[in-house]
Design a protein. Structure first.
Length: 246
């Protein structure tokens, strides 16, 4: 495989080339790295959003809602779901696929699951590369889902300038752990499952620690406009800082 041709196909938005290059990067094939190096100079930077949180907090359901909203805005959306190689993986992956099925037929949406292969930090070795590939292929928004099981996961911030941390009500000890670590790296905190008992208390509790707490009911789409606006607002701040002063 010629890395130059592969890079050209990726830049032209060819889905098979995108998929193939990500696989090469996962397998640490030198030709993948060579193609990656040819992707510089994306016409427009993508909005990369990290979505992290404890297993079952509703990350995939929320991402599904975000995809619908961004598609309505006419944006192309890439999703990289990072999974651990733990025994619960099979179920989680299947769940993601089922929930994302509506979007799987949509040419403006690219979905890719990646295994962490035991790597620390919750992010697959190739996640960063996958994000670059999707950006070069013209995806406007790239969502990275990672399983948050503690401070190890905070390196999602290295890949995504905007990090959304999701908590479900009534986690008790886990919320305490979040306060100590993840809240520092999350730009937006979402209390999902707002339809559950204890949601009010969790929101109030977290608001004392974080300036941007949003309550959602992802299964019903409640709170999504607020979340979309909070993400957009944070991205405006990121853009201001990344643009050279004039
Ligand atoms: N009651 C309620 N249930 C929800 C809500 N959002 C998601 N769920 C349910 O919670 C379960 C887990 O949702 P997922 O979206 O798979 O959560 P996840 O964080 O992606 O899970 P993992 O990828 O396995 O870590 C599913 O059964 C969802 O239907 C919500 O707002 N309210
Ligand atoms: Mg999930």
């Amino acid at each position: 495989m010629d890395p130059i041709a592969l890079a050209e196909h990726v830049k032209a938005g060819n889905v098979r080339a995108v998929s193939r290059l990500i696989t090469l990067l996962e397998n640490q094939e030198p030709v993948g790295q060579a193609a990656l190096e040819r992707l510089n100079g994306s016409p427009r930077p993508a909005a990369v959003i990290g979505v992290t949180g404890y297993p079952g907090s509703g990350k995939s359901t929320l991402i599904d809602q975000l995809v619908t909203a961004y598609r309505r805005q006419g944006k192309k959306v890439g999703i990289v779901a990072v999974d651990t190689t733990s025994p619960r993986t099979g179920g989680a992956l299947l769940g993601d696929r089922i929930r994302m099925q509506d979007h799987a037929m949509d040419g403006g949406v690219f979905i890719r699951s990646m295994a962490t292969r035991g790597e620390r930090g919750g992010l697959a070795r190739a996640t960063r590369g996958a994000v670059r590939v999707l950006e070069a292929a013209g995806y406007d928004v790239i969502l990275v889902e990672t399983v948050g099981v503690g401070q190890l996961e905070t390196d999602v911030a290295d890949v995504a300038p905007t990090v959304v941390a999701i908590v479900a009500p009534g986690l008790g000890d886990e919320v305490q752990a979040l306060k100590a670590g993840l809240l520092e790296t999350a730009h937006i905190v979402v209390v999902n499952k707002g339809d559950r008992d204890g949601a009010d208390a969790t929101v109030k509790d977290l608001q004392e620690w974080h300036p941007r707490v949003i309550r959602t009911v992802a299964i019903k789409g409640e709170g999504m406009p607020e979340l979309i606006e909070a993400i957009a607002e944070h991205q405006r701040i990121v853009d201001l800082h990344s643009k050279p002063a004039t």
